[in-house]
Each structure stands twice: as structure tokens, then as C-alpha cells.
Design a protein. Sequence first.
Length: 126
Amino acid sequence: MLMILLCILSIGMRAGDYQYLVFTLSNGTTQAVTATDLTIAFTSDNLIATSGGTTVATLPLATLTSMEFSVDGSTGISQISANQLVTDEETVIYDMQGRQMPQGAALPKGVYIVKNNNRTLKVNIR
């Protein structure tokens, strides 16, 4: 399954365009490693990231939930509270399938794209 994810990540992008590979673990923490000269290997239980012959990360596969390339070493997901998200007629909310969500509706748990006042946010409702 993880190998399929790696193949999908490689389609349409080149690691050379990004400076970091960011790993997200099941406890919500992230770890970024420099993508320059990066090699990834798998053992039966771990992902091992090596850069320039030095191991930069050893992560248990059981706790690895995602990985993505980034230009700044972050995942791009910021945490904000619901009262910080001002919704008005200018606000449009989309689910991850691209469907526009109804205005004023309580959103179920999930990730949403919120567009408001020349700003776009990726919001995770827990």
C-alpha cells in the first residue's frame, strides 16, 4: 500500500522541484527531511530516509500516515478555531472531492478548502 502511495506521489511532479519531504505520523506530528540527495528504503517495520549517506529519519511504518513534498518543510495545514473562520457571502467551502458545501451548514469531520477574501485555506475539522 505504501509503495502505491509512493508511485502516486511521483506522478506529475519531480522531487527536484521541492526542498523537503514531510512525513506525518498517526499522532499528528510531522517530520521534514531535506529532499536533496534523498534515498528512501523500507525494512519490514521502518521507513529509512538517507541523505548523503547519513540516516536522517527512521520512522515506524505502522505510524506513518502520509508524506508529501514541500518547498518550506511544512505541511501547509494550519490549525485555526471555528470562530476564526468568518463565513459570509464571499466565503466558499469545498470538500476534498471539489463539491461546494452549503452556506451555514455544520461541517462533518474532514478536510475542506475555504476561499475567502483573496485567501485560500486548507481546514481540517476534527
